[in-house]
Design a protein around this ligand. Structure first.
Ligand code: URA
Length: 243
């Protein structure tokens, strides 16, 4: 079975314990239904975004915000993810980079942008003297979604909406001078619009900060010709920070 899965392209085991799919399920006695006991379970849960807002607003610092997100149970992505990927880099840095969501490598390590796209992101910022801890000019990095979506699918509009209060609070607590939005998902979340080819390179205002949309490094890996525009955007960021 395992060889067959590997032939199909499986690269990681999701569960902590093996499942024997040949085992005949034991017949469970039908539970007696107690309507009163079931009713509260079926009652609609609170508005996830409203609950996220309450938790986020109560967070007094970044550690508190991380704890608040880790206690938020209304996002399905949490169930399939290994780690909560909160942030990396230097809190309080002038530049805050917002990506989309963790991929497999980030989910394993619990840090954003550590896979191939992350290596390109590091190389891009290094060109203008910026980087994570230890760089001359530090950056702070997070994602719209703190949990890896299954098969790296795009987060849905509902998932983005329910996690937005946390992202907004994240920006307020990290206090960057500028935000850099990597790709369409973060533009959708922060600016309410997509179309990165049109949006990139033009400074706008959102969440009370100057915001620069850029091509996502994963896109640049697939379309290296677009690195020319990405370079122009990095220079625009550098000029903005110097001015
Ligand atoms: N892509 C993202 O948008 N974020 C990550 O953390 C990794 C890849």
């Amino acid at each position: 079975m395992l060889d067959w899965q590997i032939d199909l392209g499986a690269t990681e085991a999701i569960g902590e314990t093996p499942v024997n799919r040949y085992e005949t399920p034991k017949k469970q006695p039908k539970p007696e239904v107690n309507a009163e006991a079931v009713a509260p379970v079926l009652a609609p849960t609170a508005d996830p975004a409203a609950e996220a807002r309450t938790l986020a607003d109560a967070a007094q610092d970044l550690d508190g915000l991380k704890a608040a997100i880790s206690g938020f149970e209304l996002c399905e992505l949490k169930k399939g993810a290994r780690s909560l990927v909160f942030s990396d880099g230097v809190p309080g840095a002038r530049v805050m980079v917002i990506g989309e969501a963790p991929g497999r490598d980030e989910d394993r390590e619990g840090r954003p942008f550590v896979g191939r796209a992350g290596q390109l992101l590091d190389a891009m910022f290094a060109e203008i003297g910026h980087g994570r801890a230890g760089a001359e000019h530090p950056i702070y990095i997070t994602n719209v979604m703190p949990w890896r979506p299954p098969q790296n699918r795009e987060p849905t509009p509902d998932e983005i909406a329910m996690m937005m209060p946390f992202l907004e609070r994240h920006v307020a607590l990290a206090k960057p001078d500028v935000l850099v939005l990597m790709g369409n998902v973060s533009c959708m979340a922060v600016l309410g619009k997509k179309g990165i080819t049109r949006l990139r390179g033009t400074w706008v205002e959102a969440l009370g900060k100057p915001v620069l949309p850029m091509f996502h490094p994963a896109y640049l890996l697939r379309s290296p010709l677009a690195k020319r525009e990405a370079w122009a955007d990095l220079l625009s960021l550098q000029a903005r920070l110097r001015s």
